[in-house]
Structures are given as structure tokens and as C-alpha cells.
Design a protein around this ligand. Structure first.
Ligand SMILES: Cc1ncc(COP(=O)(O)O)c(C=O)c1O
Length: 436
């Protein structure tokens, strides 16, 4: 049974007539009968064109940390829009947003705004290359850093069997249209295995400009770094003069106000932020400390963007950071997310299904596998069919986790105790149906 009601199907037909596959981003296409068209969002809910309401755990793949249409953000954005948004000059709103950012993320000395996570990682990588005078980048399997050519290797779409041996991984190209020559500048490794990183650096560490890492795997279940892993990456970068980039596009302003640095106690040289910084508005930042971020100021390493720091985006960022800075949204997501994680775990145990709840309360995934995953290769051992069946059953019951098993569930602070109870009941019924 498809997900589209009558009106949604009509709108999707219209969407298909003008948008390729009816979507503006490939991950939104769920098939001809299942791709929804959304009328609006309100707090923790989204409504499709037929008026069906869903408790939303996609939250736009993470950004909507306060809930849809949050009044404080909406008001700030409306005021900024009315005051003009794009001047090709620095604005007071931009300065205020940057100051708030630095207060929230205290390891950061300076930043520049941009619009998307893709732009942020592209600029961070160029800055690292310009600063070090080296070309090669190390990234980890199952991590996604946006759609530019330099990082579209061994992303979460890769078949684990195509990744080669653990000790000698083959970077798997995630798209056609990327020049073959780019492959020479990328190294890929499984996450959470420091020995492999040390081995690679012993052979070519002095050619590696940057390690770019999602501190927890926001595009593969929410797998956590093992004790000492991020510290080890920091130590290796220091030893070889390599720039450590935390890609915090998913973790930033979500897992803690100060992001992964606050959560894990390890400080990178550069961080890329987006998503939860603007509660759904397109705002991102490349932030850093010391000589690395100062390299931009010395000239010669290009960074630009017509819309970077535009009024609406930075107003959204300031308003979102203000609300997040009260601490209340984090307390709420911690409490409700913990209830959900524990509840889902209990339901699986009661129904005799082996599952692991991976991640943190604001961003986690139930993984149907015998062992808890520690890297992306372990994804090969999870029961994807069961997950997809359960999620389909939940969506039919008005609860919408991401339908892709690798993508974590994202919470927003607008979620209520009742929503959590509804979610657990829907999960229980859907699991019973799928396993019965
Ligand atoms: C960790 C990470 N980095 C970068 C990106 C790219 O961000 P955007 O989609 O805004 O270009 C994403 C998108 O999901 C992401 O999860």
C-alpha cells in the first residue's frame, strides 16, 4: 500500500511534471507511490496534502531541532526579510550571529558563514590544503560530507562489499561525473580503528592535508566514537602537521550547544556547522582556531559566496542559538530521547528481536543486528528488510522515522510525552506485524 492519499498523489504528479522525479534532492524520492508532498510543518508534526499528520523524526534530516515553524525563529526571519537580506557587505545581524556562535562554541576563534553543509566542507578542505600545502584528504567509510567531488567516496550508499580489505580500502566512488583524477587525493578507512590511521600516516602522513571526520556517524546509524578514538586522531594530526576537521553538520548545535567538542572533549582545528544552527534555514559556517582559520585572513585561499551571511539565514541562526542557549531544548530532548531509546530497546527484547540502540538521545537509531555496529562495514550485518518493514508500519500509523535504516532518528524539542508514547505504541505494533 502506497503512502500517497488522493491529493498527495495529484500534487506528486504535478511535482513530477516540473521537478526531476518530483524532488529537489535525490534522497527525497521514495518511489512513485510513496513520495509524499508536504503541506506544512508545525512543532513536532508534518502534514501531507491530504491532511495526514505524522510525528516527525526526520526533522529535515536533522536541522529542525526546535520544531517546525518555531515562533521565535519565524519572527526573527520575518523582521530580517523585511529589512533586506543581501548587500554584498557585512551586516550587524551577521556580526551578532557570529558572536552568539562563538559564545556557544567557545573553542572557535573565528568563522565565516556560508549556506549549506556542502559548501562548508568544500571550503574547510580548501582551507586545510591551502594552509598545509598538501593535497590528500583522509575520510572515513560511511561518512557523508556533502555532494562536492572531493568527498563523494565511500559514503553510506556504498555496498560494504565494494570497500576492499580493511587494511587496504578501495575508495568507492559514490557518483558518476567525478573526474578519475580526484581519486588520487582521497584515502578512506573504516571508522573507530586507530591502528589503521597510524599505519596510513606512517606511510604517507606528511602528504595528508586533513582528516575530515563526523565525530559520530550521523549518516550511519549514529555510531559513536570509541573511547580514545577522537583523541587519537588529534594526536596523529598534531604529530604530522595535518588539519583535523570535525564535520559537525549533523552533530553541531544538536548533540550539545557546543557540539562534538563539548560532548567528546576533543578540539579540532576546523569545524563545519549547518543544520541545527538555523532550525531549517539554509545557514552554515566554517569555524576554526589559531593559525588555520587565520590563514584566510592572510589572503590567497579563496572563499566567497553571494548569499553567505544573508540576513534571513543569520537571523535564523541567532534566534535558534538564543533558544538553544537556554538549555531547555537539550534537557527536553535528553529526557524524551532517553525514554524512546529505552522503550524501543524494551519492546525489541519483549518481542525476542535482537536490536541495539545506537547514538545519543537527540539523534539515534535502532539497529537490528547481533552485535552493535562499530563502523560502516558492520552495516552489512543489519536486518535492513525488517527495519524498512517496521518503519513502513509506523508511517501508516502516523509516526515518521527516516525510511533509510542508516539515517538516525532526529528529535526536536517540540516533541511531547504523548508523542513519545504514541511512537512506542506504533513501533510495538509495527514490529509485531513485521515479525508475526
Ligand atoms: C555530516 C554532513 N556533512 C555535510 C552534509 C551536507 O550538507 P548539505 O546537505 O547542507 O549540503 C551533510 C548532509 O546531510 C552531512 O550529514
Amino acid at each position: 500500500m502506497g503512502l500517497q492519499g488522493e491529493k498527495t498523489a495529484e500534487w506528486f504528479a504535478r511535482a513530477r511534471a516540473s521537478l526531476v522525479n518530483g524532488v529537489s534532492s535525490q534522497f527525497r524520492y521514495w518511489g512513485d507511490d510513496d513520495t509524499l508532498v508536504i503541506e506544512r510543518g508545525e512543532g513536532a508534526y508534518v502534514y501531507d496534502m491530504d491532511g495526514n499528520r505524522y510525528i516527525d523524526y526526520q526533522c529535515g534530516f536533522g536541522p529542525v531541532v526546535l520544531g517546525h515553524g518555531h515562533p521565535v525563529v519565524a519572527q526573527a526571519v520575518a523582521e530580517a526579510a523585511a529589512a533586506g537580506t543581501t548587500f554584498a557587505m557585512t551586516t550587524a545581524r551577521e556580526v551578532e550571529a557570529a558572536e552568539r556562535f562563538r559564545t556557544a562554541v567557545p573553542w572557535v576563534d573565528a568563522l565565516r558563514f556560508t549556506n549549506t553543509g556542502t559548501e562548508a566542507t568544500m571550503h574547510a578542505i580548501r582551507l586545510a590544503r591551502g594552509y598545509t600545502g598538501r593535497d590528500v584528504i583522509l575520510k572515513f567509510e560511511g561518512q557523508y560530507h556533502g555532494v562536492h567531488d572531493y568527498v563523494m567516496f565511500s559514503t553510506a550508499g556504498a555496498p560494504p562489499t565494494a570497500l576492499g580489505a580493511r587494511y587496504r580500502p578501495v575508495p568507492w566512488q559514490s557518483s558518476s561525473g567525478i573526474p578519475d583524477a580526484i581519486r588520487a587525493f582521497i584515502r578512506t578507512l573504516p571508522f573507530n580503528d586507530l591502528d589503521l590511521v597510524e599505519r596510513l600516516f606512517r606511510s604517507e602522513g606528511h602528504s595528508i592535508a586533513a582528516i575530515i571526520v563526523e565525530p559520530m556517524l550521523g549518516n550511519a546509524f549514529g555510531i559513536m566514537p570509541e573511547d580514545g578514538y577522537l583523541e587519537g586522531l588529534r594526536r596523529i594530526c598534531d604529530e604530522y602537521g595535518t588539519v583535523l576537521i570535525f564535520d559537525e553538520v549533523k552533530t553541531g548545535f544538536r548533540i550539545a550547544l557546543g557540539g562534538a567538542q563539548e560532548q567528546f572533549g576533543v578540539t579540532p582545528d576546523l569545524g563545519t556547522f549547518a543544520k541545527s544552527m538555523g532550525n531549517g534555514f539554509p545557514v552554515a559556517a566554517i569555524a576554526g582556531r589559531g593559525e588555520v582559520i587565520e590563514a584566510w585572513g592572510k589572503g590567497g585561499i579563496a572563499q566567497a559566496g553571494t548569499y553567505s551571511g544573508n540576513g534571513v539565514a543569520v537571523a535564523a541562526a541567532s534566534a535558534t542559538i538564543d533558544v538553544l542557549s537556554t538549555g531547555e531544548p537539550y534537557a527536553r530532548m535528553e529526557k524524551l530521547g532517553t525514554t524512546l531509546m529505552e522503550g524501543l530497546g524494551r519492546i525489541c527484547a519483549d518481542r525476542g528481536v535482537t536490536a541495539h540502540l545506537v547514538g545519543v538521545p537527540s539523534m539515534f537509531a535502532p539497529v537490528f543486528s547481533e552485535e552493535p555496529p562499530r563502523d560502516f562495514r558492520d552495516a552489512a550485518h543489519h536486518n535492513e528488510e525488517l527495519y524498512e518493514e517496521v518503519v513502513a508500519g509506523m508511517i501508516h500509523r502516523g509516526v515518521m522515522p527516516v525510511d533509510d535504516a542508516l539515517e538516525p532518528w532526529f528529535l526536536c524539542a517540540a516533541l511531547s510525552d504523548e508523542d513519545v508514547a504514541t511512537t512506542l505504541a506504533a513501533f510495538d505494533e509495527a514490529l509485531a506485524e513485521a515479525t508475526g
